[in-house]
Ligand binder design. Sequence first.
Ligand code: 5AD
Ligand code: FES
Length: 351
Amino acid sequence: PISASQWLNTVQKEELKEIIRYFFEDASEEEREALYSCAKKLREIHYGKKVYFRGLIEFSSYCKNDCYYCGIRKSNAQARRYRLSEEEILACCQKGYELGFRTFVLQSGEDPYFTDEKLCSIIREIKRQFADCAVTISVGERGRESYEQIFQAGADRFLLRHETADENHYGKLHPSELTFSHRKECLMQLKEIGFQVGAGFMVESPYQTYGTLAEDFLFLRELNPHMIGVGPFIPHKDTDFAGYPAPSSEKTVILLALIRIMLPKTLIPATTALGTVDDQGREKALKAGANVVMPNLSPIEHRKDYALYDNKICTGEEAAECLFCLSNRIRSAGYIPDFSRGDYIDMQDSR
Ligand code: 5AD
Ligand code: FES
């Protein structure tokens, strides 16, 4: 596994394209299983059989952007919008804390209502009340000063998927104000400031090719993020991409395994989107190198309104039910649910 890792770190674009194409199109069942077991070994070297839990709080479904794939894009007049108050967010953390969570992920659309001041006040309050917890922020693109303030307020991690590392492909998924070069700049700044940073992309998004996937791999290698979120693109009925079919889990699982091999220390979630396209999707991801799950702690009355894509699972379950279900699934797959902060391996015990 270690030499596979070294090898994937040196191959160039054309070879990467061919490797991905081979596993998608030509590889036998045995070859794919060998790929997964190689990924699994590398994950076990660094993280053992632990699967880290993060409590996801989707605190605003307002968004000023209009990404073509996303169900909460601003031009979707059908979307029901909500915002949680600071008290509501803290109540979600309280419930999560009682359930055992020690990491909270605060995610929203790009909602200008949450100024730096409001967001930082929320972060400071969470860190004050739950001092042994890690806070992850996922609120999209902001300026450097804003990211610095968020870090100063106590946020530990920041998730900002790059979506695609091919500028031309980026332009086919987003309105022209949004560019890959700016997204990349944001990610570089976040890393410089000192966040544990998460990047990532969707699998089988419209216009994705072996070439764009190879660019994703090269970019991930360059950024070397602490976390990488990769899940299937799932069409949303009120977007331009409504007519696309929802993919199977297969390609996502192959890419997760390749990413684990290329960047063995990365934290990789088994995403809700993968569980949506395949009931066993998250288990398959764990067996191919994923080591994180992010169950939803958002208030149940708003769950369905944070619909980035159609048919999202776990929107009707209370946090405790989801936790119970997921822990059981993880144990049945042979892994160990872990409720510690779950930092990147080189940063454990460093704070
Ligand atoms: N299908 C799958 N994932 C999506 N996301 C947004 N819209 C969709 C969709 N239709 C992902 C994006 C974003 C993350 C929060 O959710 O990659 O970064
Ligand atoms: Fe939410 Fe199974 S993980 S119901």
